[in-house]
Ligand binder design. Structure first.
Ligand code: HEM
Length: 171
């Protein structure tokens, strides 16, 4: 059985959405916890989301390194691959640090104060910016430079041909 579908260049595009979504959910849980401190389970949920986010970021990082060595990269995109990789490294390291801090805060109960909750929201927002910067560069690799994409016809507004109508013979 094939784990990667035949149309996918590699496993990286299938993993990258996990850290993005998990970090957004973790920050959202922390924000709700800040304004509703009595709501049960939010702190624990955010800690679990950060831990899962860190694990998926490691998987995204490793699969990205593998992808960068395997896909065709046009000359103009090499710098962007390097930038994307550097942002990904910073994101992954910071996410691991925040996840460990959160776990420590829960185990020692030091994370139960309002000051700690404010700090967690600030750190979460900083991590979200890192994730956004990393993901934007990844998306530009695909949609601006076509890295990992099977070449197809240009859209008509970019000078390509319109696709044939259903009752028209292929051109
Ligand atoms: C936290 C780690 C990472 C995240 C969140 C991430 C995110 C992304 C995103 C969102 C895309 C666009 C996917 C799409 O729209 O289909 C992408 C593509 C890509 N990324 Fe990453 N990335 C990470 C790590 C890395 C690393 C370390 C490298 C190696 C330098 C890398 C190399 C690539 C390549 C070559 C692509 C083009 C598509 C492909 O062949 O898979 N990524 N990445």
């Amino acid at each position: 059985m094939q784990l990667i579908p035949s149309w996918a260049p590699n496993v990286h595009p299938m993993i990258v959405h996990f850290p993005i979504v998990l970090v957004i959910l973790a920050v959202a849980a922390d924000l709700v916890h800040l304004v509703r401190p009595r709501m049960k389970g939010l702190g624990a949920a955010a800690t679990s989301l950060y831990l899962l986010g860190a694990l998926s970021a490691v998987a995204a990082y490793l699969s990205g390194r593998q992808a960068a060595g395997a896909v065709f990269t046009p000359g103009m995109a090499h710098g962007l691959v390097g930038d994307h990789g550097s942002w990904a490294f910073a994101t992954t390291v910071c996410l691991i640090l925040v996840a460990v801090l959160r776990l420590g805060g829960r185990l020692t109960r030091l994370g139960d104060t309002r000051a700690a909750r404010l700090l967690f929201v600030a750190l979460g927002l900083a991590i979200a910016v890192l994730v956004q910067q990393t993901a934007e560069r990844g998306a530009r690799l695909v949609y601006e430079h076509g890295v990992g994409v099977i070449p197809g016809p240009l859209p008509s507004d970019l000078g390509g041909l319109d696709p044939p109508a259903a009752d028209e013979a292929p051109r």
